[in-house]
Design a binder for this molecule. Sequence first.
Ligand SMILES: NC(=O)c1ccc[n+]([C@@H]2O[C@H](COP(=O)([O-])OP(=O)(O)OC[C@H]3O[C@@H](n4cnc5c(N)ncnc54)[C@H](OP(=O)(O)O)[C@@H]3O)[C@@H](O)[C@H]2O)c1
Length: 245
Amino acid sequence: MDGINGKVVALTGASSGIGRAVALDLAAQGAALVLAARRRERLEALVAEITAAGGRAIAIETDVRDRAAVGALVEAAIATYGRLDVMIANAGVGPISRLDKLREDDWEAMVDVNFKGVLHCVGAALPVFRSQGDGHFIATVSTAGLKVLPTMAVYAATKNAVRTLMEGLRQEAGPDLRVTEVSPGYVGTEFGDGITDPEVLSAVPEAMKSMALPPESVARAIRFAIAQPREVDIGSIVVRPTAQG
Ligand SMILES: NC(=O)c1ccc[n+]([C@@H]2O[C@H](COP(=O)([O-])OP(=O)(O)OC[C@H]3O[C@@H](n4cnc5c(N)ncnc54)[C@H](OP(=O)(O)O)[C@@H]3O)[C@@H](O)[C@H]2O)c1
């Protein structure tokens, strides 16, 4: 199936920011959405908004750290819509800090959500894509992995681990699967709310506010990748504010 209309898309991190913008964008293009995050009320409000506008969406409360829950998300897509065309692993956290601060619980949280959460998405979607002979895997990574600034080491490492995973998946995928990584720069979302180090918290919001893109900018890039004909695999997209160094 080419284009977006009629495709079944599972999307993690749909309750806010980039994920929410992607959900609204793809629903408006005729995709059927399976929306995942932990905050059920946010997801239900988004489903109501999409269905009120004539779109199709269901909400599945999911913690991507829970492998079984991610499996259930994919099962819900099949049970509701009969197939899964696109899996977008977008959920992420960024409690960044300098390594000297030794905020090891934060390091672990980033590995668990940003890397292991994506692995769980691959593990759940890949067998379905294989049995269909078709599928598209998309992961939201970050420019933080392209230019590794102080405070960003662990966050960037998780994103670059996903970048490596995506290239490995692409190499193994063969002619039937498409694999896309999208690297946003600064985007105006709730992302900064998860920062736990007070020093970083006081510095980052200013930098972000001054140049952050609206999340719709990233949604348009993801729309572009999905909309390509089946034989066109958009491997990597970087979307950063023009002003970002
Ligand atoms: N904003 C930026 O500047 C920027 C730049 C580059 C890359 N990114 C990446 O873009 C992606 C989306 O972030 P955002 O900017 O849109 O931030 P956001 O507004 O904070 O959204 C993060 C999303 O991830 C979900 N999430 C977090 N932990 C989860 C878990 N354990 N299980 C399931 N869902 C979880 C959150 O939902 P719940 O809390 O409801 O679970 C939320 O929907 C992330 O991967 C982030 O690393 C962001």
